[in-house]
Design a protein around this ligand. Structure first.
Ligand code: PLP
Length: 376
């Protein structure tokens, strides 16, 4: 079947993999039992959830008991930010000024409702957190540090291992929002030593409305959502069996193809930039050399990102301005402000995010369209 458009907004969401869809169907059709019931009809879904938990744990170097299913990345982030400090004396949180709103707004809520204090680390111009700035800020008053593994708007990857080590050195727990990283770059919780890690299936070719939280063995995190006894009593709500299975299948696929996907997407990325250069399109690239493959933030001086988005849309190309989750807000994104981008460049910023399903043809179409739009 011919594609009618080019989808290049994979950081906003990604296409469900056919394997994941296939794996989900039985749990939506004939095997619809509630996984927590004691009768035989529930045995298969119960086992499917246990298998999915094991698969996900294997993919990130965790144990199955350390994986808790949630409804999305936003919930996982809120769970940690709003609950990790509950049992601790110190109420200080350190985060960065380029986190996703699912962390930033949760921090604001923790300040407002739980008496937490929040310190924001200023990132460098490439979007990376300087480890020395964490060392200089952290004190006995802090209980939690939350720094994302990779940024959604510019793709910059953070030095998570070093940041976790510094946090532990001061007796703090360390959380990372790995929503943009899981399934796209190697992520191993044993190597990085993080205490909490948030993930969301729809960012790695799994279904929407399902995510997970890794909680390191021995670290206590009270529930955010109360009700039934699911997830060992830590996250209530009837299990979303089909989505849990779809998430595990998608993640296992991406992890097994990781090297090839990284090569393929990096190739597409170089090819796109090369074609823009060849066509004489002038742009400023945001972010760091150390970034999520395919996450390309480009600024065009004298243009409006919103206008570029709509022109490309008319040409059948779907990209984003800054963060898709922010698409209703027209103000300059907090990430572009944080990296010190001049307002004129920031206004003309788009994010193209390529995924494993994109092709060289897609990239050619995007480059040609951008040339046309920018020339106008
Ligand atoms: N964290 C980051 C870095 C994201 O990019 C997103 C979504 O864009 C989220 C959290 C929220 O994830 P979800 O859509 O699963 O709630």
């Amino acid at each position: 079947m011919m594609k009618h458009f080019v989808y290049a907004d994979n950081a906003a969401t990604s296409q469900l993999s056919p394997g994941a869809l296939e794996a989900m169907l039985p749990w939506l059709k004939e095997e619809y039992a509630n996984a927590s019931q004691p009768y035989t009809f529930s045995r298969k879904p119960k086992k499917a959830i246990a298998d999915a938990r094991e698969t996900i744990a294997d993919c990130i170097g965790a144990s199955p008991e350390e994986i808790f299913f949630s409804s999305c990345g936003t919930e996982s982030n809120n769970w940690v930010i709003q609950r990790a400090l509950n049992n601790l004396q110190c109420k200080g949180i350190i985060t960065s000024n380029i986190e996703h709103h699912a962390v930033l707004r949760a921090c604001e809520a923790a300040e407002k409702y739980f008496g937490a204090t929040v310190d924001y680390l200023q990132v460098q111009n490439d979007g990376a957190v300087n480890v020395d700035s964490l060392s200089a800020t952290i004190s006995q008053s802090h209980g939690l540090v939350s720094i994302m593994t990779a940024n959604n708007e510019i793709g910059t990857i953070q030095p998570v291992c070093e940041l976790a080590e510094i946090s532990h050195g001061m007796g703090c727990l360390f959380h990372t929002d790995a929503v943009q990283a899981i399934g796209h770059i190697p992520v191993n919780v044993k190597d990085s030593g993080v205490d909490f890690l948030s993930a969301s299936a729809h960012k790695f070719n799994g279904p929407k409305g399902i995510g997970f939280l890794f909680v390191k063995k021995g670290v206590f995190l009270p529930p955010l959502i109360y009700g039934g006894g699911q997830e060992s009593g830590f996250r209530a709500g009837t299990e979303n069996v089909a989505s849990i299975v779809g998430m595990a299948t998608a993640l296992a696929e991406n992890v097994s193809e990781l090297e090839n996907n990284i090569l393929h997407i990096s190739d597409l990325e170089s090819s796109l930039l090369h074609q823009l250069d060849e066509a004489g399109v002038r742009y400023h690239r945001n972010g760091s050399k150390n970034h999520i493959p395919g996450n390309i933030s480009l600024s065009f001086e004298g243009f409006e990102g919103e206008a570029i988005l709509h022109r490309l849309d008319l040409l059948g190309i779907h990209i984003s301005t800054g963060s898709a989750c922010d698409s209703k807000e027209t103000k300059i994104s907090h990430v572009l402000q944080a990296i010190g981008l001049e307002p004129d460049l920031a206004k003309g910023t788009i994010r193209i995010s390529l995924g494993k399903n994109n092709t060289q043809d897609d990239v050619q179409i995007i480059a040609k369209a951008l040339k046309k739009v920018i020339a106008r």
